[in-house]
Ligand binder design. Structure first.
Ligand code: ATP
Ligand code: MG
Length: 662
């Protein structure tokens, strides 16, 4: 652990109470209700989780034990209970009167949309599951899903869950090499893919990349490649290995008895985004995982029967698992599944799609918000004010800390100042939301994820694991296991222990890898940046977030990332990478603007936070899930060559531009 304590925290004084009309109808209404749930968890932790697991899931065989800590940190939840995740997400809705309710509104890249009811989705999944079984795929086998956003993608995940196969979804933008590594690591028996995908009006290959991945070698465990026909584009077919999805499922029965599994049965393996290092194959359970996905739909998203919910994430990320494939279906919601990209046919696509489907709950990432702010500053016709967003009642963000000024824009321009924003802090490893406002209760502060959900024992400690007082930054940890937590790193239990339960912290606290600070008065949490990215200037430890947010608060700036660079006098100096809303400046313009921004930060935060160097780019290096990769910027700031894992880097070309001062 390279760790550190961030001493400085953001000074944000704006506070926005939960709108009264929202609070009045909310599932968790008011802080008293929130506090009562927290008190219940504190008084009887196992009783609390046991009650919720009985109320929110259907168990084929009830559990008698809630939590087993014997082999910590390999915790077990509800271990002697049996259930099936797909049964909970689909069959339950057929019995609840939701059979004819729309489960998925599929919004295709080209703007066409189709509605799929719960009954239709159930049938699709059962046929798919029977098809997989007919190929000999069974409980415990691993299946790779390499598809774009589609009803079939969700159905593939649910079909695996139905037969007890463990899926590993690989984002459809990953290269053949990344796909091959994941196939090998997971020891998968099959790949489910599509001929091609549609993104931004373009047909992009999927099956061809699977062919390439398998040709790289080492994938002998793969017996089948199942291909969904999305575009009808020309693809290569290998006899005996490749088969069309429609040929596999068309004649299958529309009923498939679910495979009842133990609560601890691995539902999926998912590789992390790789923002801070080589991706880790995070293994999740069935029972505890689904409990939290369902419950957070109710608590954080206040989901109600008439909502139209839209999460813009891809099924290749954990957000697309918990908050597309599993959470919404487990609570019988209607959701939009979006194939396209936010900027096609123009940067008003999100707002137009909200208006078209009367979306009431909208969940997206700070990176998308920042890029749409920039786009609507440049072209007023794609500004949200041009669209009827009156159906929206709740907004959410996830993936990175949101800069307060981006939060304000989201709140005023998209949310009309009447929609709460849930700034949901969580990770691939946590399975679901951890720290977030409850929309009908928690007063919101821009840029702060506010308070832990009931039952989540989040805290801030120093490098020895001792609590730090509010107002002083430190390391974010979770002190008690929770049901949806990571169970292990696939194939690597030692890395699981050393990454998440380090001995330095006593081996029992979950280490999130993020730095945070709690407000002195409210106790609110604010994420200050990754602990790997903390800056140390003349002995002052600072998180990256505060300086970046100060830069983004300048009207000229669209995005910013700061990193430390070795410095003879100060130990480290601050190097800022900045994307302006206008075109990238060069020469004297760049020098003038750099000076202006350096002084701006000095004024906003203080001279200690003043970047020594500012480099301008057209963009920043980002993971394929849209997160800034500061670890690469650190190398560039030092003037060194990048030798690290860049498999999850979306835009390698940008590195060249950022190599030198503008
Ligand atoms: P890797 O673990 O491979 O470096 P990653 O951490 O980016 O990649 P994810 O699990 O996708 O992989 O992301 C989780 C991280 O995203 C969190 O640890 C945190 O840094 C950041 N994050 C997510 N949501 C929020 C939020 N609402 N506020 C602040 N940070 C957030
Ligand atoms: Mg991480």
């Amino acid at each position: 652990m390279t760790s550190t304590t961030t001493q400085q925290g953001p000074q944000e004084s704006r506070i926005f109470p939960s709108p009264a009309a929202f609070a009045a109808q909310a599932t968790v209404s008011g802080m008293d209700a929130y506090n009562a749930l927290c008190a219940e968890a504190a008084a009887d932790y196992e009783g609390f989780w046991g009650r919720l697991a009985k109320e929110n899931l259907v168990w084929q065989k009830p559990f008698t034990k809630v939590l087993n800590e014997d082999n910590a940190p390999f915790y077990k939840w509800f271990e002697d209970g049996h259930l099936n995740v797909s049964y909970n997400c689909l069959d339950r809705n057929l019995q609840n009167g939701n059979a004819d309710k729309t489960a998925i509104i599929f919004e295709a890249d080209d703007g066409k949309s189709v509605h799929v009811t719960y009954k239709e989705l159930h049938e699709k999944v059962c046929k798919f599951a029977n098809g997989l079984k007919s190929r000999g795929i069974k409980k415990g086998d691993r299946v790779i899903i390499y598809m774009s956003m589609s009803v079939e993608g969700v159905a593939a995940m649910q079909a695996c869950a139905r037969i007890g196969a463990t899926h590993s979804v690989v984002f459809g933008g990953f290269s053949a090499k990344s796909l091959q590594e994941r196939i090998i690591d997971a020891g998968a028996v099959a790949v489910i893919t599509a001929d091609e995908q549609m993104r931004g009006g373009k047909q992009l290959p999927l099956k061809a990349i699977v062919d390439e991945a398998l040709a790289l070698g080492g994938c002998d465990t793969i017996k089948d490649v199942i291909v969904y026909k999305r575009t009808g584009g020309n693809i290569n077919f290998v006899a005996g290995r490749d088969l069309w999805l429609h040929d596999l499922v068309d004649n299958q029965s529309a009923e498939c008895e679910p495979e009842w599994v133990d609560a601890e049965h691995p539902l999926f393996i998912l590789y992390t985004s790789g923002s801070t290092g080589t991706p880790k194959g995070v293994q999740h359970s069935s029972g505890g995982y689904l409990l939290w996905a369902a419950l957070t739909m109710k608590w954080s998203f206040d989901i109600k029967p008439n909502d139209v919910y839209w999460c813009t994430a891809d099924i290749g990320w954990v957000t697309g698992h918990s908050y597309i494939a599993y959470g919404p279906t487990a609570v019988g919601a209607t959701q939009v599944v979006f194939e396209g990209i936010p900027t096609f046919p123009n940067a008003g696509r999100f707002w137009g799609t909200i208006a078209k489907h009367k979306v009431s709950i909208f969940y997206t990432a700070p990176t998308a918000i920042r890029s749409l702010i920039k786009a609507s500053d440049l072209d007023a016709s794609v500004h949200p004010k041009n669209y009827d967003l009156s159906s929206v009642r709740l907004l959410g963000t996830v993936g990175e800390p949101i800069n307060p000024e981006a939060w304000m824009w989201y709140y005023t321009q998209v949310g009309r100042e009447v929609c709460p924003i849930v700034d949901t802090f969580w990770q691939t490893e946590t399975g679901g939301h951890m720290i977030t406002p409850l929309p009908g209760a928690t007063p919101m502060v821009p840029g702060s994820c506010t308070l832990p959900l009931p039952g989540i024992m989040a805290a801030i400690v120093d490098e020895s694991g001792a609590d730090v007082p509010n107002g002083q930054g430190g390391i974010l940890v979770v002190k008690r296991p929770w049901p949806s937590m990571i169970r292990t790193i696939w194939n690597n239990p030692d890395r699981f222990k050393s990454s998440y339960f380090p001995e330095e912290l006593g081996g029992k606290m979950y280490l999130a890898g993020d730095g945070a600070i709690r407000n002195k008065d409210t106790g609110y949490f604010t994420i200050t940046g990754r602990i790997d990215d903390v800056l140390n200037v003349s002995g002052h430890r600072m998180g990256t977030m505060e300086i970046e947010s100060a830069l983004v608060a300048n009207p000229l700036v669209a995005e910013a990332a700061v990193v430390g660079k070795p410095d003879e006098t100060t130990g480290e100096s601050i190097c800022a990478f900045v994307v302006l809303k206008q075109a990238r400046p060069t020469g004297d313009d760049a020098k003038k603007l750099a000076l202006e921004l350096r002084n701006w930060v000095a004024k906003e935060i203080g001279p200690i936070a003043k970047p020594k160097e500012i480099r301008f780019g057209d963009n920043l290096p980002k993971t394929r899930s849209g997160k800034i990769m500061r670890r690469l910027l650190r190398v560039l700031a030092k003037g060194e060559t990048i030798t690290q894992d860049v498999s999850t880097l979306e835009n390698p070309a940008i590195l060249e531009q950022l190599k030198e001062a503008s």
